[in-house]
Design a binder for this molecule. Structure first.
Ligand SMILES: NC(=O)C1=CN([C@@H]2O[C@H](COP(=O)(O)OP(=O)(O)OC[C@H]3O[C@@H](n4cnc5c(N)ncnc54)[C@H](OP(=O)(O)O)[C@@H]3O)[C@@H](O)[C@H]2O)C=CC1
Ligand SMILES: CC(=O)C(=O)O
Ligand SMILES: [Mg+2]
Length: 614
């Protein structure tokens, strides 16, 4: 442990002295107001990463940079540092300068050619999990190439590094485990969490995604093996939102697992005990949150991910008062769904307030979305929240949430207990409530049965059906079912991707209603502005920014989200609107406010292109 810490410390020191000194003055100019990028709109100096401490993200392709000194002394080490490794793309000059002669075969490939080869190789794997493993190996070997590949082939590779494949990867994480990724903080580290954070080699952390693995997608408690989720989410922060990889830190808090299968699995990577709860759990989380602030300061964004709802709401409510925290499942999901609802009005007609919403599933995602819908309607109509909430109905595992159940409801369900007789089955709730929009957030697959969907179709000319549960196995219904059972009339989007469906010679394109549209740009916006707290109005701003980017061409295909192909542009626009809201609310600490926020967001985004080494 000692030698590792010292190694990391030296590595940091050297990187800061060598590269930091080179880039420091340039960065200061860009970041610290005065003559800012945004003011001048000049191209000079653009291309920097957010808080790019070491300068490597800031250097454009034509600027040279020096990798850390230990690498200069040993080309072997340089080849094994994913941050700087370029594999066969090292030039003759670099091979000489960095002691790489003989350590590589003679061929020199461009990054484009390396990418072409990898795409071909990946397509040869028939098993999605094998693609996932190949991608993770690449990430550990050559970060720039990993991100170039992901950015250039986002539609094809999102389902590999993210849902649905990441779900299977988490289930089998122990068996496929090769390189440790992210930071593991278990009950054994109690009292030493600050020390653990200091073992991480990067200091300029801007975003932490943390899970305790208790509700991984709709797959339940996967304990320590939930690590695949923060790793995947942060890959998207970089690829989709442009936050530099060196500024991202995936963390798994291991308090045990109640998953018997994992407890009996000889390859399980976590601590083999039942989950700690109550005071023991709260104390570990408190130590973690305190250590995070102490180590990284006030402005680090902590994204809570895939916690079970009995902890998630409380953690969010507690730490949103003292930290920059965001719960992706509650808030990110709400924002992406609201965006889809706003854009769907172009197809459905009317205003949001004219619609009736019914949810299957009343947990984090369900009640999070419900609350943001009610808030948006309230803002648009000036009606009080108590009134606008009445447009929204939820069904949980016990049936429709109604007043007579209020005594036994969890606190986050209580606002949704409206006057109605109890109803047990979803299909009966659909018949009674007559929703225009049906949203699945139950985590249980195949729950939008033929009867449910046909009832929606009998009530609505264009039923809007969102099957949000992940991964694909948990989707409430498939795209094909939604279109077939509504005779092609449904507007459909799902949490995990489905292929387009041909229905009666018409190509119907389902959307992917996934918080991946929101959190990368949302986080970038917070970081850009130096936000110190998250506010609901920022979520609304993100929703409106996303909805505004759906084109007529998209609508013509029945889509309510833009395709992921342009996601970096989309994220920059979301970031700009979020940052603008942060400034407007007086919650920004990066002053003065850049004038051209979209341009500024773009200038902050990480580029995966190789840099030349001197
Ligand atoms: N597309 C996206 O971007 C996102 C998708 N999700 C997905 O949403 C799903 C739910 O996540 P989350 O809200 O965090 O989970 P929670 O555990 O917080 O909530 C699940 C809810 O579903 C209810 N439920 C479970 N089984 C049934 C059933 N058979 N019939 C009716 N209701 C049922 C539960 O009822 P009860 O309260 O009675 O137990 C609970 O209210 C997951 O699959 C997740 O992957 C989540 C976030 C983002
Ligand atoms: C997408 C996501 O965050 C989830 O399914 O939990
Ligand atoms: Mg999640």
């Amino acid at each position: 442990m000692m030698s590792l810490s010292r190694h990391n410390f030296l590595k940091r020191l050297v990187r800061e002295q060598k590269v930091g000194a080179l880039m420091g003055s340039l960065l200061k100019e860009i970041r610290n107001g005065g003559h800012s990028v945004a003011d001048t709109e000049s191209k000079a100096g653009l291309g920097g990463g957010v808080e790019d401490v070491y300068g490597e993200d800031c250097a454009t392709e034509d600027q040279v940079l020096t990798p850390w000194t230990a690498s200069v002394a040993s080309g072997y080490t340089l080849l094994r540092d994913p941050h700087y490794n370029k594999g066969l793309a090292f030039t003759e000059k670099e091979r000489d300068a960095h002691y790489l002669r003989g350590l590589l075969p003679p061929a020199i490939l461009t990054q484009e050619l390396q990418e072409k080869k990898l795409v071909q190789n990946l397509r040869q794997y028939e098993v999605p999990l094998h693609r996932y493993i190949a991608m993770m190996d690449l990430q550990e070997r050559n970060e720039g190439l990993f991100y170039k590949l992901l950015i250039d082939n986002v539609e094809e590779l999102l389902p590999v590094v993210y849902t649905p494949t990441v779900g299977e990867a988490c289930q089998k994480y122990g068996s496929i485990f090769r390189h440790p990724q992210g930071l593991y903080i278990s009950l054994r580290e109690k009292g030493k969490i600050l020390e653990v954070l200091k073992n991480w080699p990067e200091r300029g952390i801007q975003v932490i995604v943390v899970t305790d693995g208790e509700r991984i997608l709709g797959l339940g408690d996967l304990g320590c093996q939930g690590m695949g989720i923060p790793v995947g989410k942060l890959s998207l922060y970089t690829a989709l939102g442009g936050v530099p990889p060196s500024a991202c830190l995936p963390i798994t808090i291991d308090v045990g697992t109640n998953n018997e299968k994992l407890l009996n699995d000889e390859f399980y990577i976590g601590i083999k005990q039942k989950r700690a709860t109550g005071q023991e759990y709260a104390e570990l989380l408190e130590e973690f949150m305190t250590a995070v602030k102490q180590n990284y300061g006030e402005k680090v964004l902590v994204q809570f991910e895939d916690f079970a709802n009995h902890n998630a709401f409380e953690l969010l409510s507690k730490y949103s008062k003292t930290h920059l925290v965001f719960n992706d499942d509650i808030q990110g999901t709400a924002s992406v769904v609201l965006a889809g609802l706003i854009s769907s009005l172009k197809l459905l007609g009317g205003q949001l307030a004219d619609h009736t919403f019914l949810f299957l599933g009343a947990g984090e995602a369900g009640t999070g979305i419900a609350e943001l819908i009610a808030l948006e309607i309230s803002k648009k109509t000036n009606a009080p929240l108590e009134e606008t909430r009445k447009k929204v109905w939820l069904v949980d595992s016990k049936g429709l949430i109604v007043k007579s159940r209020i005594g036994s409801l969890q606190h986050f369900k209580k606002p949704w207990a409206h006057d109605h007789e109890p109803i047990k089955e979803l299909v009966d709730a659909v018949k009674a409530i007559k929703p225009t929009v049906l949203i699945g957030t139950s985590g249980v697959g195949k729950t939008f049965t033929r009867e449910v969907v046909e009832t929606m179709a009998s009530l609505n000319e264009k039923p809007l059906i969102l099957a949000l549960s992940n991964p694909t196995s948990q989707s409430e219904c498939t795209a094909e079912e939604a279109y077939a059972w509504t005779k092609g009339r449904a507007i459909f989007a799902s949490g995990s991707p489905f292929d387009p469906v041909e229905y009666e010679k018409k190509l119907l394109v389902p959307g992917q209603a996934n918080n991946a549209y929101i959190f990368p740009g949302f986080g970038l916006g917070l970081i850009m502005a130096g936000a110190i707290r998250v506010h609901d109005d920022m979520l609304l701003a993100a929703s409106e920014a996303l909805a505004a980017q759906v084109t007529q061409e998209n609508y013509d295909k029945g889509m309510i989200y833009p395709p992921f192909t342009n996601i970096r542009k989309i994220s920059a626009n979301i970031a700009a609107k979020v940052a603008a809201k942060v400034y407007e609310l007086g919650l920004a600490s990066n002053l003065p406010r850049p004038k051209y926020l979209v341009k500024y967001a773009e200038s902050c985004m990480y580029s995966p292109l190789y840099r030349s080494y001197r």
